[in-house]
Design a binder for this molecule. Structure first.
Ligand SMILES: Nc1ncnc2c1ncn2[C@@H]1O[C@H](COP(=O)(O)OP(=O)(O)O)[C@@H](O)[C@H]1O
Ligand SMILES: [Mg+2]
Length: 255
């Protein structure tokens, strides 16, 4: 479904992502772990098109998308959790989700000039938006202005928008960062639900190793931009490179 080959980017002299070759199959959740600065977010940026590759290719469902701009990659099914800046901050939570559903339909070439169709769709969009908001436990905040949501709810809204886009590839970059302990399970539960669908690729960057261990079918490890380990969770977590990286991280956090 998704494959990177020799994917590379440099910032000045620093090779942030260094010839990373990896293929991701539908129905698989792959966690990408590694110390801070390893290149995890940059790897996502290269896949989603936020950054241009210096070398290498990105292939989605057999199509080389290396040179496509980010919005066209989104249309082809690459779903990256939205940044808050990409929301419509003055619209309601429900309206934001509806717009994402509408964007998805437009991307699929829905007949926008057929007014009867649009009216029918409109009703479907409202229902679908409500359903997605229930799924992410935001139904009670549907009419709130997006920018007024507390941080944890904004993260849930990001997930709601991603679900509304219905991508083939879901990319989550630290989806639980900054969430309170009682909110974390909601997001993890959503990811678990997505996993059961079997037709989507899920990529997850997450620091909490217990979460990674529980959710992953596979773990890849980036270190200094290089893919240094790839395999089953138990094996990879036990590997010296991960033990070292995470001990290193723990030490870093203490300082
Ligand atoms: N836009 C950028 N310009 C310059 N350097 C960057 C940029 N984005 C990331 N980097 C550098 O690339 C490396 C990888 O960063 P990042 O992908 O954010 O790491 P991770 O997500 O694994 O913590 C770091 O050294 C970071 O400072
Ligand atoms: Mg990062």
């Amino acid at each position: 479904m998704l494959e990177t080959r020799n994917l590379t980017i440099r910032f000045g002299g620093h090779v942030a992502v260094d010839h990373v070759s990896c293929a991701f199959a539908p129905g698989t959740l792959t966690s990408i772990v590694g110390p801070n600065g390893a290149g995890k977010t940059t790897y996502f940026n290269l896949i989603s098109g936020q950054l241009p590759a210096a070398e290498g290719t990105v292939t989605l469902a057999g199509e080389d998308i290396t040179h496509l701009p980010a919005p066209l990659r989104t249309r082809r099914g690459l779903g990256r959790a939205f940044q808050l800046t990409q929301l419509f901050p003055n619209l309601s939570v429900h309206e934001n989700v509806r717009l994402a559903i509408q964007a998805r339909q437009a991307g699929r070439g829905h007949g926008a000039l057929d007014m009867w169709r649009v009216w029918l769709d409109h009703k479907d969009w409202i229902d679908e938006a409500s359903q997605i908001l229930s799924q992410v436990r935001l139904a009670d905040r549907a009419q709130a202005v997006a920018s007024s949501l507390p941080h944890g709810d904004q993260r849930k809204l990001e997930v709601a928008l991603l679900i509304a886009l219905d991508p083939k590839v879901f990319m989550f970059d630290e989806p639980t960062a900054g969430m309170s302990v009682d909110e974390v399970p909601v997001v993890l539960d959503l990811i678990r639900q997505l996993k059961s669908r079997k037709d989507v690729v899920i990529l997850l960057v997450e620091h909490k190793m217990d979460v990674v261990r529980e959710l992953s079918d596979r773990i890849i490890v980036l270190n200094n931009g290089q893919l240094v380990a790839d395999g089953e969770p138990a094996t990879v977590i036990a590997s010296p490179v991960v033990q070292q990286a995470y001990l290193g991280m723990a030490a870093e956090e203490e300082t």
